[in-house]
Design a protein around this ligand. Sequence first.
Ligand SMILES: Nc1ncnc2c1ncn2[C@@H]1O[C@H](COP(=O)(O)OP(=O)(O)O)[C@@H](O)[C@H]1O
Ligand SMILES: [Mg+2]
Length: 274
Amino acid sequence: MLVKAYLSDRYPFHLRNTKLSKRILGTNIVCMHPSSFRLLVYEYVDNGNLEQWLHGDVGPISPLTWEIRMRIAIGTAKGLAYLHEGLEPKVIHRDVKSSNILLDRKWNAKVSDFGLAKLLGAEKSHVTTRVMGTFGYVSPDYASTGMLNECSDVYSFGVLLMEIVTGRSPVDYSREPGEMNLVDWFKGMVASRRGEELLDPKIQVPPPSRALKRVLLVCLRCIDMDANKRPKMGQIVHMLEADDFPFRTEPRPQRDMAMFRAGEDAGSKAPSVN
Ligand SMILES: Nc1ncnc2c1ncn2[C@@H]1O[C@H](COP(=O)(O)OP(=O)(O)O)[C@@H](O)[C@H]1O
Ligand SMILES: [Mg+2]
């Protein structure tokens, strides 16, 4: 069990990591204190967070195989789809990143840390006075306008998915200048038809080429500069799960072409992943 305490209704102030007990008493138990003081009690997830597994010292071969990574990506997408599409009012997480994805021993992913989460009622988006989130994951449109809706979580998920595929952090100052920013490097590599080189070298058995391409395309769609063109989290779940997406034989509907336009932002006619 893990307990976090919040002091205010609007912008919860964390008493960080007040781990009272590590014994699991149940799953996802959330207790609300009747006063203005709030206690959130979570299950204890016992296999660390995704950031530790992606960027920690795991040796030359990552225990996170391609299949495990896809399991984690799909689990995370399902969690976010639930927040966006399964709740009323919907919940915008606002801090989707690898350290907020917890893992259990079977590599099930659990979206955690609702410290920045925002409820969004009937209105389509909400204007915030202070942009919150984590550098490298925040969608440029939210950062520049403060307009918050689920599309900003989708952008952050896109960055997270790139991180899962490449094993690279969203911003890494130890790399050469052209490679410090993951999104820019990723788009450049796809535009120069070098998508296969994006795969984390710590993945011992690479996925089939078309599986990799499918995921690269999902990444590009999530970070579309036009926030309204980004897919919804529920669609992303289907895209990641679908075996034949987008390599079906019948003509591709307009909706699916958006992913190719996303790649064009990188400065080339079409991404190499086609
Ligand atoms: N329910 C949990 N079970 C196990 N570890 C947790 C749990 N919640 C958080 N942690 C650990 O504590 C770290 C920080 O927790 P988090 O909720 O993200 O707080 P914050 O980022 O605000 O400090 C996580 O990255 C994770 O390693
Ligand atoms: Mg956190």
